[in-house]
Design a protein around this ligand. Structure first.
Ligand code: ARG
Length: 460
């Protein structure tokens, strides 16, 4: 039976009931629903609405329900419209009509918002842990690949040589910002809606400050109308999830390219790749393609919820029931993706010789200009002269390091034998030792800083 049948004569059409029901997905909040009810029963007792004895019975019934959920022996019945209905129905079976007193002063509107916030607060640390696990895989790669050099790209064109470690760490810091964003979101989730009632507040002397504290919230919501409609926290969570997806997608797009035969910088372990049903030779980078694909789906969850929210008038509307699926899905998507990506990186085979041989002396053109700067030529002129060197090399069909000294001196007399040292890619890398650069010492420092950041996960 529904919680609201009193004023109705007919039962809901079965298709209407199915459309309206949210039990298929909101049963994930069972534990939070029971916890919220326990706290509400206590608040009702303190407010003098329930006797000590009544609350003791409610507590025992709710404890029983909680253990049924934990042992997965709770049986849902066809009339269970949502998790709140299911818990109250079962409570009635266990303790009789007293169960009907639990909902005094409470609405499913403030109840569901409370459950949802509790659910996210419970799950954020797990997501943070999965993110940190991937960060750890990236730092470990950076440590073990410290001697490997590769071409750095802009516009997917060879640009300047870099350390592979530096490149790994370039994927570490965006995830760190995502963790910061998740952490910054916590205070906006930890605002208690319970006590807002359906929309106007509660007419019993409920101590909402104590109630908030008992459930681990920072404080109660300041406005009951806002409390039952505020889903900012869900939208913000979905934004962070979509941004995590975007970061994973960037890494993934690179991995797909770098594992292709044209690059062959990396090879995926068999455990993290798939074959083709038709082409026996194929080894496909599916985990990374899925990361790239799921980034689009994650973005869809965010835009979907925002589109739902944008049209709503004040307070609770049933549209808000659409808030949970995208949040649960976004969470599940990331929890499925993050460990696989971490392990695919951990088990990767690197081909350093392929990366090194992809570095051409033309990639040191900037170093050549800097060489002239070191010979008192202003950078703008040095850039122009280096451009002429590049042009000459292109005309002769050779790389910069293969031009003769007389070729160089035909462009500027300040060139001498020492110019050839400029074309050592490791020298180019080593010169970029200012903080945040690709030189080994700067990257070592970055690794130290990254490890220090990871060790702070305990704060979650
Ligand atoms: N299942 C509903 C939801 O998820 C619970 C709140 C129902 N409130 C109501 N007024 N019908 O939003």
């Amino acid at each position: 039976m529904t919680l609201w049948h009193g004023r109705f004569t007919n039962d809901a059409d079965p298709d209407m009931f199915a459309l309206n029901a949210s039990i298929s997905f909101d049963q994930r909040m069972a534990e939070q629903d029971v916890r919220g009810s326990q706290a509400w029963a206590k608040a009702l007792e303190l407010a003098g609405v329930l006797t000590v004895d009544e609350r003791t019975q409610l507590k025992a019934g709710l404890n029983q329900i909680e253990s049924e959920f934990r042992s997965q022996s709770f049986i849902f019945v066809p009339g269970d419209e949502d998790i709140h209905t299911a818990v109250e129905r079962r409570l009635g079976e266990l303790i009789g009509p007293l169960a009907g007193k639990l909902h005094t002063g409470r609405s499913r509107n403030d109840q569901v918002a409370t459950d949802f916030r509790l659910w996210l607060l419970d799950h954020l640390p797990k997501l943070a842990k999965a993110l940190t696990n991937l960060q750890t895989a990236l730092v470990n790669r950076a440590e073990s690949d410290i001697d490997i050099i590769m071409p750095g790209y802009t516009h997917t064109q060879r640009a300047q040589p870099i350390l592979l470690s530096h490149w790994w760490l370039s994927h570490f810091w965006p995830l760190q910002r995502d963790l910061d964003r998740l952490s910054a979101l916590k205070p906006r989730i930890a605002v208690l809606p319970l006590g807002a009632g359906a929309l106007a507040g509660v007419p019993f002397p409920i101590d909402r400050l104590a109630l908030a504290e008992s459930l681990g919230f920072d404080h109660p919501s300041p406005n009951s109308l806002d409390a039952v409609s505020d889903r900012d926290f869900a939208a913000e969570f979905l934004f962070v999830a979509a941004l995590i997806g975007t970061h994973l997608s960037k890494l993934a797009e690179n991995m797909v390219l770098f594992t292709s035969a044209e690059f062959a910088f990396f090879e995926l372990d068999d455990a993290y790749s798939t074959g083709s049903s038709l082409m026996p030779q194929k080894k496909n980078p599916d985990p990374f393609e899925l990361a790239r694909g799921k980034a689009g789906t994650l973005l869809g969850y965010l835009t979907g919820l925002l589109a739902t929210l944008k049209a709503l008038p004040s307070t609770y509307d049933k549209d808000l029931q659409e808030d949970k699926v995208p949040v649960f899905q976004a969470y599940d998507t990331l929890m499925a993706l993050l460990p696989v990506i971490a392990n695919a990186l951990r088990t990767l085979t690197i081909h350093p010789e392929k990366m090194e041989s992809a570095i051409d002396s033309s990639m040191m053109a900037t170093d050549l200009a800097d060489y002239l700067v070191g010979r008192s030529i202003p950078f703008r002129e040095a850039h122009h002269l280096t451009g002429q060197v590049v042009k000459l090399a292109l005309e002769k069909g050779v790389s910069l390091g293969a031009l003769s000294l007389s070729d160089y001196q035909s462009i500027h007399p300040n060139f001498d034998e020492s110019v050839y040292a400029v074309f050592d890619p490791r020298g180019s890398i080593a010169r970029r030792k200012a903080l945040g650069g690709t030189a080994p010492q700067a990257v070592e420092e970055q690794i130290t800083n990254a490890k220090a950041v990871i060790s702070k996960l305990g704060n979650w």
